[in-house]
Structures are given as C-alpha cells and as structure tokens.
Write a protein that binds this ligand. Structure first.
Ligand code: ZN
Length: 139
C-alpha cells in the first residue's frame, strides 16, 4: 500500500462534447496530477466500455448508444509509461433505467460530466505491466 495525503480537490465540469477518458487525462496532464481519486456523474451520448477476458488478456468491448445517465464513474489517475493515465469504471443507465457498465474505454461522448478529482501527494503511483494478468498494475 502507498501512503498519501489529500493535496487539493478539483470540482467542476469536464468539457461537453469531448471524450470522457481523454478529457480527464488532458486535465490531469495540464494540472500535473500524478495521483488522484476520481468520481463523475452526468450524462453521455453513447458509451464504450470493456469486460476483461483474463484468458486472452484483452478487453471485450461493449457499446451503448443514445443518451445515457452516467450513474457512477469512479476510478483514479496514476502514471503509466510516463503519462497521466486515468482508470475508470462506469455504470450507465438507459431510458428504461436498465444498467450496464464496465471498464471505461475511449468513445464516450460527454454531455455533462460533474467531476470531483481528489489530488493526492506522497508516494509515486506508477503502473507497470504484469505479465501474469496482462494488466498494468500499481507497483
Ligand atoms: Zn478497469
């Protein structure tokens, strides 16, 4: 386990029309955030997420179309291969209130993204490739 203190908290909207993961990583890079907790609620126009196949070591992509509630997106920011990397899991609701979700992938268009980023300072939070799982895990 790593040890951190809360440095500061950003609260606001990520840019509408952008991609959720891309905009979060862009903000993290701009602000030099190398460790953070992230929480987002809002509204999206189409979303792409994945389910990890731990035998094939790849994400099976899932797609929802249309206007979707972002019921909850939670995750973190850390460093992967020297870059600011966001890892989010998302739950989405359609007009019937039915939920789907998984590991957030690119191509999730923001309509509204109310975002809280709790920036941490302390240890380095760096990912490295783990050949056993095929995932980039915190070292
Ligand atoms: Zn994940």
């Amino acid at each position: 386990m790593h040890n951190f203190q809360v440095k500061n908290v950003f609260v606001g909207l990520l840019p509408a029309g952008g991609d959720l993961l891309t905009e979060l990583e862009r903000f993290a890079a701009k602000e030099g955030i190398s460790a953070a907790d992230v929480q987002i609620i809002g509204f999206a126009d189409g979303a792409t997420f994945g389910y990890y196949d731990d035998q094939k070591h790849e994400y099976i992509q899932k797609r929802m179309e249309g206007k979707l509630e972002i019921i909850s997106a939670v995750g973190n920011v850390s460093i992967k291969e020297g870059k600011h990397f966001a890892h989010l899991h998302i739950v989405l609701g359609d007009e019937k209130g039915e939920l789907r979700g998984g590991h957030l992938l690119a191509e999730t268009k923001i309509l509204v993204a109310e975002t809280r980023i709790t920036v941490l300072e302390g240890d380095e939070l760096v990912r490295q490739y783990d050949p056993q799982t095929g995932l980039w895990l915190w070292r």
